[in-house]
Ligand binder design. Structure first.
Ligand code: TYD
Length: 215
């Protein structure tokens, strides 16, 4: 954490199920931090580096991805993350920047571990190997009801849903419960906000929480 080192930046991860509104709030927070005088880096998982974006394509859009087993999926997410940490996050934080990351290690714990039933121990070991010391300073979960998340995804104006978005309601429910469980277990790192709020109001709530921790 930054208490001992004034020059170190912050890693803030944003988590939540599909349709929770993460992307909108991440760009709003980037603007808020920039207005407050910080250098901000916005990145995402899977992806965020040239290698990570290639891995993202295999995970989400390859015509072979329906054949992918959960273990392969876990390792590919971790590979993208390992690259992102070393190429973007570590240097950014070392230079004193605020790094806002759309999903990070907790997505693997929840999606691969809890929702796809891989045992928690290998998920933890692989996650730890991928991130090294780079655990987020703050993880913000935008919480929405599973039904609402599914509804929002179906109404998105873009093309075909990707592989992940085609999951059923039980999957969304497991994801939601997974995040709530993690937040309960690690209250010092996690903040949960109510994703059913209207965007402007949600922005105020998130900004209030983040500025308390960072500024
Ligand atoms: P994306 O298109 O980035 O959308 P969003 O984050 O808005 O949902 O989707 C990333 C998908 O990958 C999402 O369904 C969650 C999933 N995912 C995992 O299953 N494990 C992971 O470790 C990560 C980073 C993402």
């Amino acid at each position: 954490m930054a208490e001992n080192d004034d020059t170190r930046g912050f890693l803030i991860s944003f988590e939540g199920s599909e349709g929770s509104g993460k992307s909108t709030q991440i760009s709003r927070m980037a603007r808020r931090f920039e207005d407050a005088g910080y250098d901000v880096v916005v990145t995402r998982e899977p992806g965020g580096t040239p290698i990570g974006e290639e891995i993202r394509h295999i995970l989400m859009h390859s015509d072979k991805s329906s054949e992918m087993c959960p273990e392969t999926e876990l390792l590919l997410f971790a590979a993208s993350r390992a690259q992102l940490v070393r190429e973007v996050i570590l240097p950014g934080v070392a230079e004193g920047k605020i790094v806002l990351c759309d999903r990070f290690m907790d997505s693997s714990t929840v999606y691969q571990g809890i929702a796809r039933n891989i045992q928690s121990e290998p998920v933890h070991i692989i996650n730890t190997f991928a991130v090294g010391e780079m655990v987020p300073d703050v993880t913000l979960v935008i919480d929405i009801e599973a039904e609402e998340g599914m509804k929002r995804v179906r109404h998105r104006a873009n093309d075909m849903p990707d592989r992940m978005e085609e999951e059923n309601i039980a999957f969304y429910q497991k994801v939601r419960n997974g995040y709530l469980m993690l937040a309960k277990a690690m209250p010092e790192r996690f903040i949960i906000v109510d994703g059913s709020l209207q965007q402007d109001e949600l922005e105020q709530v998130i900004w209030k929480e983040l500025r308390q921790r960072v500024i």
